[in-house]
Design a protein around this ligand. Structure first.
Ligand code: PBG
Length: 332
């Protein structure tokens, strides 16, 4: 055979890293941390092996563990001591996230992002204030405008506690603008917003909802989160968030939505984030436990794929384990 082009020439051990188009660094990763006001102990999350709900007293310890792996950023989720119709513990200055963030920022150098949503704080488990009769009428769920006020209050309370960035995930119309306005009015115009801009109504959130106790008590989130069938609609959502002042654009979940990450990457110059969600983590762990997949291999390949699609940063439950394998010299 007379082959002039032999791509295999580039695949020697020495050349492979030099011609790698995508690299993964521990500083690309954001580790989720769950702080739980209902417990005095660290409680393992069964469906997310290696993850725990920790009491406020252990928040600094938990974040320090993350930092030791080389990961420098965390996103904090809270499980409040009590829930009500309005999700009032989401914006309480002594709420679980606010207390945890105060301590984490005082005692560590972590970059602290907070998830801004009401679903962990409402007794009905929806991401905002209910429309009248929502419990009896399947066409109703969350009332948009009253929810915006509460989300803005929540974001401001996180900023007051010392959060470096807020990440609204409630999928309400006008959410980014309302939060931007709230932050600016409270003197936090320098706090960036990472919007869950393309957030799908996904079955991959199951383990998270167990972990954060945030499953809706009735109905589902399809009246506010996006239909997995839609890609063009994601671009509308993103355009609206950009107009309203989003600084970082997130796609969630990650792996099933690589096309959306790529579309946004190509159309915008904003940083793009991918959320490698709980179900993406749980399924790989479950298969690895059965001996069907090599966990380090699939974890690394998953995160690399998100970057290759166009993500700059990745929120992932694999943050610590992948950072450890990277510093041990693991290469795909
Ligand atoms: C809050 C929120 C959810 C997740 C992140 N923020 C749950 C949901 O939207 O139902 C899911 C994250 C994961 O599955 O890892 N709204």
């Amino acid at each position: 055979m007379d082959l002039t082009d032999r791509p295999r020439r580039l695949r020697t051990d020495g050349l492979r890293p030099l011609v790698s188009e995508t690299t993964l660094h521990e500083t690309d990763l954001v580790a989720p941390v769950f702080v739980d006001a209902t417990t005095d102990e660290r409680v393992p999350i069964e469906s997310m092996p290696g993850h725990e709900r920790v009491p406020v007293d252990a928040a600094v310890e938990r974040v320090s563990e993350v930092l030791e792996t080389g990961v420098e950023a965390v996103i904090v989720f809270g499980i409040p001591e009590s829930k009500d119709e309005q999700g009032s513990r989401a914006y309480a200055s002594a709420g679980v996230v606010q207390e945890a963030v105060r301590r984490i920022t005082a005692e560590t150098d972590a970059y602290v992002i907070t998830d801004v949503c009401l679903c962990e704080y409402t007794d009905h488990g929806h991401c905002g204030v209910l429309e009248p009769h929502a419990e009896d009428d399947p066409t109703l769920t969350v009332e948009n405008e009253p929810t915006l006020d509460l989300l803005a209050k929540t974001a401001v309370s996180h900023a007051e506690a010392g959060a470096d960035m807020v990440a609204p995930s409630a999928a309400m119309d006008g959410m980014v603008g309302a939060i931007r306005e709230g932050l600016d009015a409270a003197g936090y115009s320098d706090i960036p917003i990472m919007s869950y801009a393309a957030k799908y109504e996904s079955a991959f959130y199951g383990p998270f909802r167990d972990a954060a106790d945030g499953a809706p008590a009735f109905g589902d989130r399809r009246h506010y989160q996006m239909n997995p069938a839609n890609a063009r609609e994601a671009m509308r959502e993103v355009a609206l968030d950009v107009e309203q002042g989003a600084d970082v654009l997130m796609v969630k979940p990650g792996l099933p939505y690589l096309d959306i990450i790529r579309d946004i990457r190509e159309a915008y110059d904003h940083p793009v984030a991918a959320y490698n969600v709980s179900g993406e983590y749980a399924m790989l762990h479950a298969a690895a436990e059965k001996g069907w997949l090599d966990l380090d291999g699939v974890a690394h390949e998953s995160l690399l794929s998100l970057k290759r699609a166009g993500a700059d940063l990745i929120i992932t439950y694999f943050a610590e384990s992948v950072a450890k394998t990277l510093s041990a010299g693991y290469r795909a």
